[in-house]
Design a protein around this ligand. Structure first.
Ligand code: TMP
Length: 204
């Protein structure tokens, strides 16, 4: 990896509690003297954020959704992720390609082989250095989403069985990922979760 920075991603079903833990991880890395770019998918660039708005709120064919996720990612890699890593900075992203396998393949039931082809096209040979996966029972996650009180987006409106499939796909990917994906029990007390997240990050 030479002088390149590190690419760290956070994943989990909606309501698993990623956001506050990402803030903590970024603050921790900055205290350690790293330059950190904090970003998210879909999004992270001006075009990506416009695609995000469509993806979260505009009804569309499921394959359109899948390809727009990768279109936003292509832009994100080119404009933000790869240049920052080349400058030696750390990039912390709220979601990346694991989310596509979990949501579009696991949740939506689309053919995984299509995504392997898209992934090769968009970022062959490039993966996060570490992925932290927050694992939580969908029923508890749904309560957290509801109590946040925001109008639910296209994904958050899905039923529990959708999130059961997303969760199972994430866990299957974690088992197959050869240590890249660290699973954290998101039902633990928030301080315990934070300690585990920071320990995983320090392990890099
Ligand atoms: P967020 O609410 O965690 O910011 O993520 C936005 C939504 O987009 C979330 O419900 C998961 C979904 N998503 C996918 O379905 N596929 C993807 O590839 C990505 C990055 C996100």
């Amino acid at each position: 990896m030479g002088g390149r920075g590190r690419f760290l991603t956070f994943e989990g079903i909606d309501g698993a509690g990623k956001s506050s833990q990402i803030e903590a991880a970024v603050a921790h890395l900055r205290r350690r003297g790293h330059q950190v770019v904090q970003t998210r998918e879909p999004g992270g660039t001006s075009l990506g954020e416009r695609l995000r708005e469509l993806l979260l709120h505009q009804p569309m064919h499921l394959e359109t959704e899948a390809m727009l996720m990768f279109a936003a990612r292509r832009e994100h890699l080119e404009k933000l992720i790869l240049p920052a890593l080349a400058r030696g900075e750390w990039v912390v992203s709220d979601r990346f390609t694991d989310a596509t396998y979990a949501y579009q393949v696991g949740g939506r039931g689309l053919d995984e082989r299509r995504f392997e082809a898209l992934e090769r096209w968009v970022h062959a040979g490039f993966q996060p250095d570490l992925t932290v996966l927050f694992d939580l029972e969908p029923a508890i996650a749904a309560q957290r989403v509801a109590s946040a009180g925001n109008a639910p987006d296209r994904f958050e409106r899905e039923q529990l069985d959708f999130f059961e499939r997303v969760r199972a796909a994430y866990l299957a990917r974690a088992r197959a990922a050869d240590g890249r994906i660290r699973v954290i029990d998101a039902s633990a007390p928030i301080e315990a979760i934070r300690e585990r997240v920071l320990a995983a990050v320090d392990g890099l």
